[in-house]
Design a protein around this ligand. Structure first.
Ligand code: ZN
Length: 659
């Protein structure tokens, strides 16, 4: 497998390089990523290209049999370019121009920037397309990050208008679809349509959603331009991008389409955080990455040391980076590249610690990387190539996420938190979930979850209906089916298209704010609910839980409906983890799925290889736990494993079983 590190040779004197590379070799590193911020190294002045630094490093790496991934350096347009074309800098929502001095400071639609991007990428690919050491390319770096996803400049406004012309053909159609009669916003010329810069009020929600889609398409098109340049000139080298998931206006499904495979930058902890994010957050990110192309992905940046720019975060404890590595591999990663080789002495990322710290000496983290590699070598390719089957599909859509960002409807609502709430009980029960982006080929699943699916496209209904008719279990939540794909509220009684499937009608609802709660009774126990309360009328479904507070008392909050061979569950509130967990148990009994109950934060992943089955046991906690296993498991070096497995704090253990 590929096991590597992100390396910045331009930060260190040339005489150090061979020492670094020898140390990498000692760790078993076989690939490095370089150059993704190196524009001013390659082109210090306009038109003066100088590849000597990277040429020397690549030669040296090649001598040690280490392969190279080259980043195109377009996330950091150099000072000379911004001085010459200051309009490359983006305009923010307030109408102010961004400044030089950080990174990602460019407008995707700026024609000058596209021209310079074309030149630098062409120069790089012509220089390295037949280099034996270079195996692939990473386009740019973390598209959309640092709020670089949206630009409100005149070029973007013009392009937005063109994008709308393409989508709606006529102004009449656009006015009709968006409902611009509201507040006298009807347009009689395409030039009148604004980008949604700040106003006293919120903009039209349909305009906003289209602007988000346009902003995403701008990034996808910009990436495609680079992909096309590279693909035309290379034979064997592949192309990827290092994605992040932070809720930007970037449709990762569309971005993934033009790549050979996706890569993910995995940071379970970052500057200012006192502890890592919840393990299910990381798990969900991995499942989302796998789902983008339904194929294994790479980790292009895997955290090894404490990170942060102006503030440093939690120091990963002994073995914790190994556990995160095994979690990524468990959820579908096939290659791991650690960020970074050595902490830099200067620049914004001075406190992003790597395998080596500023002093360059091999210490604890260096030893850990060595151990990880030795274990993964024992596990071998059969483990790396093993697969993880899921019978639960959770649908995630960017259009839907953006519609929620535009109108969260409650101060207590957070899109990601609510989706994770729905995902978490599956994670806690160690049940694999595929995060899917297309509502197709559903027959491979037993449970389909559509969390807070605000926007519904009527084309999907047939597919979903046939899934349930054939015995599938469909889980719907509050606010499903409220709007169409243009962000227009349905005129059907809620939950709109799902009303018949769910056997219910919702005639009133209430948005609950922070510190406000409702409560429901499920199987004789009371549970708190938050964010939302639907008032449900049963039209065929049966009630599984009822509200018990004054105005709401006795009305259904969670329902179950038989439909064809299957069942539809509707959750009209945002329940706590316990209630959801009990509800899922009720659903799981009707499937072939088996939960594996573990202590909170103990994760078990099962994978299947050609030679062996694998069990990955992860302890995300700072205390140790025991788990019981069947007698058939062996340790990764082939010895009989104990049936009572002791998991140390932050342990990650791979076990195998003959097929
Ligand atoms: Zn712009």
């Amino acid at each position: 497998m590929y096991f590597g590190v992100d390396y910045y040779p331009e930060h260190w004197p040339e005489e150090r390089w061979e020492t670094d590379i020898k140390m990498m070799k000692e760790l078993g590193i076989n690939v490095v990523r370089i150059a993704e911020f190196g524009w001013s190294v390659i082109e210090p002045k306009e038109g003066q290209y100088n590849f000597s630094l990277y040429d020397k490093v690549i030669d040296l790496l090649h001598q040690y049999d280490i392969d190279v991934i080259l980043g195109t350096p377009t996330a950091t347009p150099p000072a000379w370019l911004i001085e010459k074309h200051p309009n490359i800098l983006q305009i923010n929502k307030q109408g102010q121009r961004n400044n030089f001095g950080g990174r990602r400071h460019y407008c995707f639609n700026n024609l000058n920037y596209q021209r310079y991007t074309h030149k630098i990428v062409t120069q790089m690919v012509e220089h390295y397309n037949d280099n034996e050491a270079v195996i692939g390319w990473q386009i740019d770096n973390e598209f959309g990050h640092e709020a670089s996803d949206k630009c409100y400049c005149d070029d973007c406004q013009k392009e937005f208008q063109n994008w709308l012309k393409e989508k709606y053909s006529t102004l009449e159609n656009l006015n009709q679809t968006w409902g611009t009669v509201f507040w006298s916003q009807s347009y009689n010329s395409w030039d009148q349509i604004p980008t949604p810069k700040e106003t006293w009020t919120a903009h039209n929600p349909s305009l906003l959603l289209d602007f988000y889609r346009f902003s995403s398409d701008s990034i996808v098109d910009y990436q495609k331009m680079q992909v096309d340049i590279i693909r035309e000139k290379v034979a064997e080298q592949w192309i990827t991008h290092n994605l992040i998931f932070t809720g930007h206006t970037l449709n990762l499904d569309n971005l993934a389409r033009d790549l050979d495979f996706v890569s993910f930058d995995n940071y379970p902890v970052w500057g200012g955080l006192a502890k890592p994010v919840n393990p299910e957050t990381t798990a969900f990110n991995h499942d989302l990455m796998y789902g983008l192309k339904n194929q294994p992905f790479w980790i292009m940046e895997e955290l090894i040391g404490a990170q942060g720019w102006d503030q440093i975060g939690y120091l990963p404890r002994p073995n914790q980076a190994k556990m995160w590595t095994y979690q990524a591999l468990g959820h579908g990663a096939e290659a791991i590249i650690f960020f970074r080789w050595r902490a830099c002495r200067f620049g914004t990322e001075q406190f992003c610690h790597g395998i080596l710290d500023h002093d360059g000496k091999p210490k604890r983290k260096y030893k850990e990387i060595k151990e990880i590699k030795e274990e993964l070598d024992l596990a071998g390719d059969d483990f790396t190539n093993s697969t993880r089957k899921a019978k639960v599909a959770l649908y995630h859509s960017y259009d839907n996420m953006w519609a929620w960002q535009i109108q969260p409807q409650s101060s207590a609502f957070d899109y990601r938190e609510e989706v994770e709430k729905i995902y978490r009980p599956f994670f806690n029960k160690n049940i694999n979930v595929n995060v899917i982006s297309q509502l197709s080929n559903l027959e491979q699943y037993e449970i389909l979850v559509l969390p807070i699916l605000f926007l519904v496209n009527s084309d999907w209904i047939k597919e979903i209906e046939s899934f349930v008719t054939n015995g599938g279990k469909l889980v719907l939540t509050y606010r499903n089916g409220v709007k169409d794909e243009n962000n227009i509220v349905t005129d059907k009684t809620l939950p709109g298209f799902f009303s018949e499937l769910a056997g219910i009608e919702i005639n009133e609802y209430e948005s609950l704010q922070v510190n406000q709660q409702n409560s429901v009774v499920f199987e004789n126990k009371e549970y708190d609910t938050r964010v939302w309360s639907d008032l449900i009328t049963l039209t065929g479904a049966k009630s599984l839980a009822e509200y018990n507070q004054n105005f709401y008392a006795g009305t259904p909050a969670i329902t179950e409906n038989k439909y064809g061979q299957g069942e539809v569950y509707y959750i009209g509130c945002s329940p706590d983890d316990k209630l959801l967990s009990y509800l899922y148990e009720r659903i799981l009994i009707k499937t072939s799925l088996n939960a594996i109950e573990t202590e909170k934060g103990v994760e078990i992943i099962k994978k299947t290889g050609e030679k062996n089955n694998y069990l990955i046991a992860l302890n995300h906690n700072s205390q140790s736990y025991k788990i019981n296993l069947s007698k058939t498991y062996k340790t990764i070096d082939g010895k009989q494993a104990k049936t009572e497995l002791q998991l140390q704090p932050f342990d990650g253990i791979i076990l195998k079983q003959d097929i």
